[in-house]
Design a protein around this ligand. Structure first.
Ligand code: DOR
Ligand code: ZN
Length: 422
């Protein structure tokens, strides 16, 4: 492929610059304001060009739950949303906890996943030997509180060993931080009540804060790299902020999802179990704290936690309905809509969806628009129209909490490894 992206505004070093991008093969060959000639040209007049998003947290459900999603539909959904790299979570069947199960999954992804991908390994109380032998680990997932799949690792002695191993091998430990005891006690309190609003009270702020605090207290001694996934509460964020200051470096990072940024407990009335997810979506003050955290750099990245389930499963009684919200197609339009509304800067959003995930998870040659880097790019029309509609979604889930919402920001094309999609 020899392709010129001309007349657009390109996001380079924190700013939009009017320039042209020449793509040769899978790489960015040249960035120049002079005229360029190529076999193919996309006139990007009036559009902006951003690095493709790196989604560090998805559940594409293969193997075992392909009726919810698979690598093809998940990645198709990602490309429609301007996401060019995904990092897939291990709560599948079988759980990705051995080198063998991971290799099987990698083969399936190589065959069917349209985006770049990484396959997480789960840390269990019993698989440190396997993790120590695994190759090319960017990150492993630690479920400190249980969620879909009931994987759990909350033995302090094993976590210490895992963190030592992480430090030695240099991989990041991404943590689902919720406290089992608090959640169990709260579940008892609300037994018999099936109003989805109780989810925020069962998986509450205290549960998240206690788990984060315990995890950080181990990490502070060992000094490994830790990433708190899908942070959802003001107290949880305050703990991460403090730890970042103490560590003065990049050892502690955290993530927020679009649903924790753009929904709050007042939405349960309308959305019910469709917005049931773990950790829960909490009261409006948390949403505001999270948006502030993203603005001031306390939160490093935005990732979808794309967690599709079938509509039949989701619309069951509260106690039976599985947790999870799909988000591949809606993350970038929602975030860029917030830029349009001046709620946050474009610079912060590009850092959060491309530059920072590239840095934290070691994606060399991705996350930035630079000569020699991979041609993973997204062309955006900030004055376009995205109408989110359940029936038009590519995810097998077929629903979105933002169904019927119209946004101005629109993904026009996604370019992955120099290939134009859309
Ligand atoms: O809401 C969630 N859904 N949170 C998780 O931690 C897991 C995920 C899933 O796999 O469904
Ligand atoms: Zn998840």
């Amino acid at each position: 492929m020899n392709l010129a992206l001309t007349n657009g505004k390109v996001f380079i070093k924190g700013k939009l610059v009017k320039t042209n991008v020449l793509i040769q093969g899978s790489k960015i060959k040249k960035i120049t304001s002079s005229k360029i000639k190529a076999i193919h040209e996309i006139d990007c007049k009036g559009k902006i060009i951003l690095p493709g998003a790196i989604d560090a947290h998805v559940h594409f459900r293969t193997p075992g739950f392909e009726y919810k999603e698979d690598f093809f539909t998940g990645s198709l959904s990602a490309l429609h949303g301007g996401i060019t790299t995904i990092m897939d979570m291990p709560n599948t069947n079988p759980v990705t906890s051995t080198i063998k199960t991971r290799d099987v999954k990698i083969k399936l992804a190589e065959k069917n996943c349209l985006t770049n991908f990484y396959i997480y390994m789960a840390a269990l109380n019993s698989n440190l030997e396997e993790i120590s032998k695994a190759k090319n680990l960017r990150a492993v997932k630690l479920y400190y509180g249980s969620t879909t799949g009931n994987i759990l690792m909350n033995k302090k002695s094993e976590i210490e060993k895992l963190f030592k191993l992480a430090k030695k091998k240099g991989f990041v430990v991404s943590v689902h931080a919720e406290d089992e005891e608090i959640m169990k006690q709260n579940s008892e309190k609300f037994r018999g009540n099936s109003n989805p609003e109780i989810h925020a009270k069962i998986r509450n702020e205290e549960s998240e804060a206690k788990a984060i605090s315990e995890i950080l207290s181990i990490q502070q001694i060992i000094g490994n790299k830790i990433h708190i996934a899908h942070i959802s509460s003001e107290k949880g964020l305050a703990l991460v902020k403090k730890a970042k200051k103490r560590m003065n470096g990049n050892k502690v990072t955290c993530e927020v999802t679009p649903h924790h940024l753009f929904l709050d407990s007042s939405d349960y009335k309308k959305l019910g179990n469709l917005m049931k997810c773990n950790p829960s979506i909490k009261e409006a003050k948390h949403r505001k704290a999270l948006l502030n955290g993203l603005k001031n750099g306390a939160i490093d990245i935005v990732a979808t936690d794309h967690a599709p389930h079938s509509r039949e499963e989701k619309t069951q009684d509260y106690w039976k309905s599985p947790s999870g919200i799909p988000g591949e197609e809606t993350m970038l339009p929602l975030l860029l809509d917030a830029v349009n509304k001046k709620q946050i800067s474009l610079k912060k959003i590009v850092e959060a969806v491309a530059e920072n995930p590239a840095g934290i998870f070691g994606w060399k040659n991705k996350g930035f628009i630079k000569t020699g880097f991979d041609a993973d790019l997204v062309i955006i029309n900030m004055n376009g129209k995205t109408k989110i509609e359940d029936k038009k979604l590519f995810t097998k889930a077929g629903y979105s909490p933002w169904n019927k919402k119209t946004l101005k920001a629109m993904v026009e094309n996604t370019i992955i490894g120099g290939q134009v999609f859309g």
